[in-house]
Design a binder for this molecule. Structure first.
Ligand code: FES
Length: 107
């Protein structure tokens, strides 16, 4: 079963957006016209990452940031490069695009 999340253009370049699909908390980041989708769960303590709705990025919008203890993650591969869970990764979630819309392919 595929869950429609949003239109690809609903997420501006350099921004992030949170979703809940089938009880699963997720977020997407658009960078350089590519979309990256992750489970909204910090590998440090398993909490949601954002400090405000749809705010998953650091001030420069170059990295994903956990609001709890400040862990920083690459947008492109979810690897934690700084913080208490350095070396761990966010869980990437498979998705597909169909007619401009972003769909979860597995939940
Ligand atoms: S819970 Fe995310 S850095 Fe601690």
């Amino acid at each position: 079963m595929a869950y429609k999340l949003c239109h690809f253009n609903d997420i501006p370049e350099g921004e992030s957006k949170g979703f809940t699909a089938n009880g699963l908390a997720l977020f997407a980041v658009k960078k350089d016209a590519e979309l990256y989708l992750y489970k909204n769960e910090c590998p440090h303590l398993g909490v949601n990452l954002e400090f405000q709705e749809d705010q998953f990025l650091d001030m420069d919008h170059e990295l994903i940031q956990c609001s709890m203890h400040g862990a920083l993650f690459n947008i492109t591969d979810g690897l934690c490069i700084s913080g208490p869970c350095q070396g761990d990764e966010l869980a990437a979630i498979p998705w597909k695009m169909d007619d401009g819309y972003v769909y979860l392919t597995m939940v």
